[in-house]
Ligand binder design. Sequence first.
Ligand code: AMP
Ligand code: MG
Length: 416
Amino acid sequence: MPTVAEHLATILAAVRPAEPVRLPLADALGLILCEDVSSLVDLPGFDNSAMDGYAVRSADVLAADAAVPGSSVTLPVVGEVAAGGVATTPVGPGEAVRIMTGAMMPEGADAIVKVEDTDDGTETVEIRAGVPVGLSVRPAGEDVRRGAVVLTAGVEIDARRVALLAATGHGDVLVRPRPRVAVVSTGAELVEPGKPLAPGQIHDSNSHMLAAAVVESGCVVVHRRSVDDDGDEVLRVLAELAVDSDAIITSGGVSMGAYDVVKEVLRDSGTVDFVQVSMQPGKPQGFGTVGERRVPLFTLPGNPVSSYVSFEVFVRPALRTMMGRAPVTRPALRARLLHGFDSPAGRTQIARGVATSGADGWQADPVWGQASHFIADLSRANAFLVIPPEVTHLDAGDEVEMWLLGGAEGRVSVSG
Ligand code: AMP
Ligand code: MG
């Protein structure tokens, strides 16, 4: 019976980071950059104004002082320049050009008087405050020099880095692509949510949950469907999905029951191994490959909580490995329990809890429903409490390892 760590190690040894591809900036959020990127431009690209106001020669207006009545200076306004325009009229001695934020500095000017310190004139302007040379001028290249390396390979592209890439002239970047993931639930009892249930039927929540978890991990769901407990149909669907997916996740049909067809039809395939991992929930696990492209296949148990825990513990780290993201597992925090509970001997328990952070660090309250069919309590939880195999009882106040379950990390609309 492999431990959680052993089964995870088997999986991580078998999956590879995806080959880098060049993608438009709009599709790169959350992906890992695979090249050093240099700026194609100076930032700012040209000397420009940081304020709406008047471009002047500092020496002409230094005498003006808002605190001294009668000290203001009046200058003729010889031109105007807005952002995006070209400053064609130079500022000669004793002259001013009306200027907007981001507009090019006119020849001759060396400072900006902000509009609030003037009468906002268009023919002439009364300047009420003097400005030193360079005030409110943004010099070319002060932020980034053309040719300078602005991002290095290995960083994750977030919103701020998207801004930097865009500003430095890059419309596309070399990144590890999002794995295309197929999700299949199995079970004769499953009905698509929104459709009425006949006796004995249940709504298929696993395929929707796993698809959402895949997107939260930054990947793309290329197929989501449900199949009957029919071995031939399961094999046919897996072969079809293996054509254009980078990973396939199934739920259900891997325990000991009479209709556990996923295990039945793949057991002798030679490419998928079924194991009992020493954990609770999520004991029955299968992992291997399908199809000529040897697409990684994760066969997860059908109970919704078992399926979710299995995704977090085994699938998410594999998907992160394929994306080149690190670390692949959630950070292990420490939390103090608000209530005690029992844990099975010889198995790692992944209990669900509600985590809150207080003055003395993290606290965790285990949810009431710890059995693997409690979907409402799963949704209430925001953390896993990881209890080692040798621990069989915990009391309130005990400290445990805790993983905070994150929300959406890659919530982007990307077509397959
Ligand atoms: P299985 O692993 O197929 O034996 O299923 C174990 C339990 O999980 C059974 O109660 C199933 O009805 C339930 N189950 C299986 N698949 C799903 C699903 N897609 N959505 C919700 N519950 C499921
Ligand atoms: Mg089933």
